[in-house]
Every structure is written in C-alpha cells, then in structure tokens.
Design a protein around this ligand. Structure first.
Ligand SMILES: Nc1ncnc2c1ncn2[C@@H]1O[C@H](COP(=O)(O)OP(=O)(O)OP(=O)(O)O)[C@@H](O)[C@H]1O
Ligand SMILES: [Mg+2]
Length: 313
C-alpha cells in the first residue's frame, strides 16, 4: 500500500532524510520512532505530497507521490505536526468544510462529521470556535479532519501529543481499531506507545533507518542482550581483562571507577546467555572479592537508545 525507496531529502545543504526505504502492507499499522530531528515529519510530508523529495521514490495506494499527487491526496488522511486550523470557525463548520474539500458526498457530510466528532470526543465542543479550544482539543480536531473522508491511508504525526492521559488511551484504541481496514503510519517519541499500537516499528535517527521489525522481535533482540552489573575488588585492568575473556561476553564497561580497589563493571552478554556464574568464578579464580552481581534487564528505552547511538560501521 505504501512503498518508499531510497528516499532522500536535503534542505539546502542540510540533511533531512537520507536513503530511506520501507514498505507498509494494506491494513498494517507502522510506527515511526525516532528522536527530535530524526526525519519523521520530513518523511510524512513527502508521503502526503506536502513537499517533494530530493531523490528516491514513494508510492501510496499505487500512485506516485510526485507524478500523481492529486490521487495520493484523495487516498490519504494526514494529521500534520502543526495542524492548520481556522480559528474563527466552529468545530462542526470546520469539519464540514474539510469534508467538502475532500469530496465527501454532500448528503453524507453532516452524518460523517457527527460520527467523527463522537469518535474523537469532540461532541460537547460543537458550539466552540476553534480559537477557543485548548491544545488537546485542537489536536482532536486535527485528528477528526484527517479521518473525515474515511481515507484508506492515514498518516498521523504524533497523534497523542498534547492529550490528557484518558484521551491518550482512547485515541490509541481508536487508532488501533482503524487498522485492519486502513493502512496507518504514525510517529511518536514514546516507545511503549508505538509498540502498543503498531504491528511493525521503524526506528529512524539522523535521517536513516536504524531498525525495522515487529515490537516482539525488537523485544527479543533486547532480551538477548541482558547485562550484568558486578562490583569486584581487584586491580581494575586485570579484572576487566579477565571479565572480557568470559565466554559469551560482548562488552565490559567500567561503570563505577572509585579510584580505589573496588570498582563497578557492566557486562553485556550475547544471545540471552546468563553468565552470572562465570562472573563469580572469574572473581574467585582471581582471588578478588565479589560485592555485587546483579542482572540488568534491558528496557525498550535501552534498545532505542542503543540503536540510535550505535556507531556507524
Ligand atoms: N523546513 C526545513 N528547513 C530546513 N531544515 C529542516 C526543515 N524541516 C526539517 N529540517 C531538518 O530536517 C531534519 C529532520 O527533521 P524532521 O522535522 O523531519 O524531524 P522529526 O523526526 O519530525 O523530529 P521531531 O521529533 O522533533 O518532530 C532535522 O535536522 C531538521 O532540522
Ligand atoms: Mg516531527
């Protein structure tokens, strides 16, 4: 349903996105995860025909976003990062106006607008002017305008930003419920949110794709690299060297350098290997006292940080 190939966008000389490739199947929900400036909004703007890419190609519902942008726009509902709203219009008036622009058949407009307002929790704001609404309610109007023509593709740039916790839960389940029939891309900085809603997650950083997989697979990857924190009394260099020789150890980091004899180390194992007993044995063999041996589970945040901070090879 969405195919992106080698998409690159430079702003002047500055990097926006660099050689991004991915695809989204019909009915799939893909989560875009990345820190500020990663390129999430840039990618979404290209997909929604708000601006052209520098190179590469993107197709939505079979239409090329450069050559057939009118057809693409017809298939897409877009919640931009900053929603351009007409502040002097009342909510239903605005939504009817958007529905008209998006070619919703005239006789269906009233019903569609009522339904969508109910779905996003706006019904009791019907008499308000958009300019009078709080940030969270404006966000709901933004979501409503994206949905009003019942598009088969939804591109939602940080849909839950600015909402209160109750509304966040409601909007998340609304989005999840919209999947299946529709194809959805949404972005967020919030890892648990993304993994809750999406079937697949794409992690982007500095304009590049760093990982793309199901939340489960990303989690497995994360469990496969459990760590152990150890505090050992012994000459720092010798202890570190001995720890590095343990089977299955990927990395040893000195995390607590006291300047004295007892220091803290973080060991990283590969393939879910639990090397606690080996650490204990190494300490005994070196005749060093062992003060702490704690398994440290990596969190989803850790893997995100790891993926976005990994050195390029
Ligand atoms: N209009 C623009 N002119 C120049 N540079 C831009 C412009 N828009 C974005 N950029 C740059 O492109 C890169 C990607 O920005 P983008 O807005 O796509 O990031 P993002 O992932 O959406 O970040 P955020 O989480 O902050 O919304 C950044 O380095 C940014 O400075
Ligand atoms: Mg953005």
């Amino acid at each position: 349903m969405i195919e992106v190939e080698n998409l690159t966008k430079t702003y002047g000389g500055a990097r926006g996105i660099n050689d991004i490739t991915f695809s989204v199947d019909k009915g799939e929900i893909l989560g875009f995860l990345g820190p500020n400036g990663a390129g999430k909004t840039t990618t979404m703007r290209i997909l929604t025909c708000f601006m052209p890419a520098t190179s590469g190609s993107a197709r939505v519902a079979g239409y090329d976003v450069f050559e057939d942008s009118l057809s693409v726009r017809r298939e897409i509902g877009y919640l931009p990062e900053t929603v351009p709203l007409y502040t002097d219009m009342q909510v239903p008036t605005y939504l009817r106006f958007v529905a008209g622009l998006k070619e919703v058949p005239f006789r269906e407009i009233k019903k569609r607008v009522e339904k969508i307002m109910e779905q996003v929790g706006l019904t009791h704001m019907a008499h308000k002017f958009i300019g009078e609404l709080s940030k969270g309610y404006r966000q709901r109007v933004g979501l409503a305008q994206a949905l009003v023509n019942d598009p088969q593709v939804l591109i939602l740039d940080e849909p839950t930003i600015g909402l209160d916790p109750k509304q966040i839960i409601e909007i998340r389940s609304l989005i999840r419920g919209l999947g299946g029939e529709r194809t959805i891309i949404l972005s967020s900085h919030i890892l648990p949110e993304i993994s809750m809603i999406s079937q697949r997650v794409i992690i982007i950083d500095e304009g590049k794709v760093k990982a793309i997989d199901t939340p489960e697979k990303l989690m497995q990857q994360l469990h496969a690299t459990d760590k152990i924190r150890a505090r050992i009394a012994g000459p720092c260099d010798s202890v570190k060297q001995a720890l590095e020789k343990i089977d299955g150890v990927k990395n040893v980091e000195l995390i607590e350098d006291t300047g004295g004899i007892t220091n803290g180390y973080m060991l990283e194992f590969s393939d879910g290997f639990d090397g606690s007993h080996m650490v204990a044995r190494t300490a005994v063999e070196g005749k060093w006292d062992l003060y702490e041996l704690t398994p440290v589970k990596m969190t989803l945040e850790d893997i995100f940080i790891r993926i976005v901070t990994e050195e390029e090879v």
